[in-house]
Ligand binder design. Structure first.
Ligand code: SF4
Length: 329
């Protein structure tokens, strides 16, 4: 029974839980060059993160995605995945990662019950990859994709953020790479979270429609009804297993069917990525250690706070002060 219904009669079936705000990359659309990270005391423990996951599954949530920052830099991530992976009622257990830590962790994630991986990949050019991530090693990420395949992951999806003047010339190459590796790929429109220092979003915005046109100049796309409970609109190609998805918060708003909420690593239950409406779960967790009922009651009550939609614009103004690393998308 799903108890999580908001004022717009939308059912929350999916929670994205950030397990760290830290990352070994500094992607230009996610963080500014010099970041300050949360002190340990403010960060939820692994047990608290597990309790939150348990509370949501007991309230009817079917899908959990672990995010960051970069979830694989969190100490004890293997144990947390193993504990969450055993929760009754969990139908879909996923992670969004930059892939650099997958050679080390892919087996334990898969053994722990994780079923799906999203791996960020914005360029196939080593130098450009380094510039877009500020610190990333492309070879490590590609090796990470192979480690995930070796571990048994069948549903792997690449996530690519296209920035005008930065990587739009690689759109078809990225699709060809996905076809070769037999993985899916989603193209994401950049979202105005945090005052990133690297570029003006008004200048780099590249719409999903332009991405689709570029792809269709090489690969005809057929709309597909498939869904992963996420915001991607999927398309198929007649000669490949790979799906192509578009996450288009600006050009194809998807808020009317929103089914998700987020929890930051400091225990803020964020009702919407594009707004600051939130409640503090950490205070409840630490006031009633080990008790689920107060936490569940707080989560149910918070549904009334869930906003109808985001108000993002593409003019480059920062609409949400918090950086993307607080939620991982
Ligand atoms: S912006 Fe907010 S309302 Fe819209 S889909 Fe995302 S979380 Fe839901």
């Amino acid at each position: 029974m799903n108890a999580l219904i908001d004022k717009f009669s939308r059912q929350v079936r999916y929670v994205r839980i950030s397990v760290t705000d830290r990352c070994d990359f500094r992607c230009v659309y996610c963080m500014s060059e010099d970041m300050t990270f949360l002190p340990r005391a403010q960060v939820l423990t692994l047990e608290e993160l597990h309790q939150i996951a348990r509370a949501f599954t007991e309230l009817g949530v079917e899908k959990i995605r672990l995010t960051g920052g970069e979830p694989l830099v969190r100490q004890g991530i293997g144990k947390l995945v193993n504990d969450i992976g055993q929760l009754p009622g969990l139908k879909d257990f996923a992670m969004t990662t930059n892939g650099a830590g997958l050679r080390k962790h892919a087996d334990s994630l898969y053994q722990g019950g994780m079923s799906r991986l999203n791996i960020s990949l914005d360029s196939l050019d080593r130098d450009r990859f380094r510039r877009l991530t500020r610190t990333g090693d492309l070879d490590k990420v590609i090796d990470g994709i192979h480690a995930a395949q070796d571990a048994g992951f069948e549903r792997i999806k690449l996530n690519a953020v296209i920035l005008k003047g930065r990587n739009e010339d690689e759109i078809v190459d990225l699709v060809e790479f996905a076809r070769r590796e037999r993985v899916d790929i989603s193209f994401i429109e950049e979202m105005p979270l945090g005052d990133v220092s690297d570029h003006s979003r008004g200048e780099t915005f590249y719409s999903s429609d332009d991405v689709q046109a570029a792809i269709e100049s090489r690969f005809p796309l057929m709309p597909s009804p498939e869904s992963t409970l996420g915001p991607s609109r999927y398309f198929r190609m007649s000669d490949s297993d790979s799906r192509v998805g578009f996450i288009s918060p600006h050009s194809h708003n998807f808020c009317s069917t929103c089914n998700r909420v987020r929890v930051t690593v400091e225990g803020r239950l964020l009702l919407c990525l594009g707004n600051e409406h939130s409640v503090d779960l950490r205070e409840t967790l630490r006031r009633y250690p080990g008790e689920l009922e107060p936490l569940k009651a707080q989560i149910i009550a918070a549904m009334d706070l869930k906003p109808e939609r985001h108000h993002f614009t593409t003019d480059g103004d920062v609409q949400v002060v918090r950086f993307m690393n607080m939620t991982g998308g």
